[in-house]
Design a binder for this molecule. Structure first.
Ligand code: ZN
Length: 275
């Protein structure tokens, strides 16, 4: 990942931040001010967005630690303005493993939302501002789960779909179908973005569309003679499936990104409440 700064190392994984990420707090701060919020309210919006990115980081660690469980190291996790990417060093070899790794990220957000909701119910915070902040954070975590579970590459839902399909059809066909559904979903996002004038949604749609096309191209480019990936303890069934069809392309490394909801969503939400 170009122009990403090293933030630190946690659980043996380097955490990086792309320079464009700095635009996020600046943009949130100044657009809050422009929307008529005071300095304190704008600063709270920035804190809120940074807290969301902390949740995104936890989401990526969900993928990375589940991958480690299957013996797959993660090179690094990079935070970008549109979300985060965990760069796994290789693809999981079994659909079941890909399924578990893809689900582990959203599962973290489900956990965070559950803990926050439980905290609100049982602790009943006296301060309305704290309760509002926590409630909104929990809602954003739920939104992250819903959005990322849409069946579109490179989002988690796309990988879930591909792994489920790959359980009963060749990997390349599963990828093609999942990638096509991803592109259709991306076009839907793009259209929605154009209609509502939300250019960030259009940008995210373009990103998803290209990523889905990339996955489809990788799947179709794979040569029949492509080397069977290393399989430590492959069941003969999986091995047979990988060898049977032409197109068991396995990319050298795998990105496990999370695409957050367009930031304008939070911003609008925040300014609504701070107004
Ligand atoms: Zn994810």
């Amino acid at each position: 990942m170009m122009r990403a700064w090293h933030l630190g190392r946690l659980a043996g994984i380097d955490v990086r931040i792309h320079w464009t990420f700095l635009l996020v707090p600046l943009w949130v701060y100044f657009s809050s001010l422009a929307a008529g919020s005071g300095i304190a309210s704008a600063a709270l919006s920035v804190l809120f967005v940074l807290t969301i990115f902390a949740c995104v980081l936890c989401h990526e660690y969900g993928h990375a630690l589940m991958a480690r469980y299957f013996g797959i190291p993660t090179r690094d996790i990079t935070l970008l303005p549109i979300g985060g990417v965990a760069s796994l060093q290789r693809m999981p070899r079994r659909p079941g493993q890909e399924l578990a790794i893809a689900l582990a990220g959203p599962a973290v957000n489900v956990g965070i939302a559950a803990v926050i909701f439980a905290g609100i119910v049982f602790l009943n915070p006296a301060s309305g501002a704290v309760a509002l902040f926590a409630t909104q954070l929990a809602i954003v975590n739920v939104a992250l789960v819903v959005f990322n579970m849409l069946p579109a590459f490179p989002m988690d839902g796309g990988r879930v779909l591909r792994s489920l399909l790959a359980m009963w059809m060749p990997y390349a066909s599963a990828t093609r179908i999942a990638a096509t559904i991803g592109q259709i979903t991306a076009m839907g996002f793009g259209l929605l973005g154009l209609i509502t004038g939300n250019w960030i949604l259009v940008l995210v749609a373009g990103f998803i569309f290209l990523a889905a096309r990339g996955e489809a191209m990788m799947a179709s480019k794979a040569a029949p003679s492509h080397e069977l990936p290393f399989e430590q303890d492959s069941s003969s069934e999986v091995k047979a499936r990988l060898m049977n069809h032409r197109g068991s392309y396995v990319p050298p490394r795998r990105s496990q990104p999370i695409v957050i909801m367009p930031i304008r969503f939070y911003n609008r939400n925040r300014s609504q409440h701070s107004a």
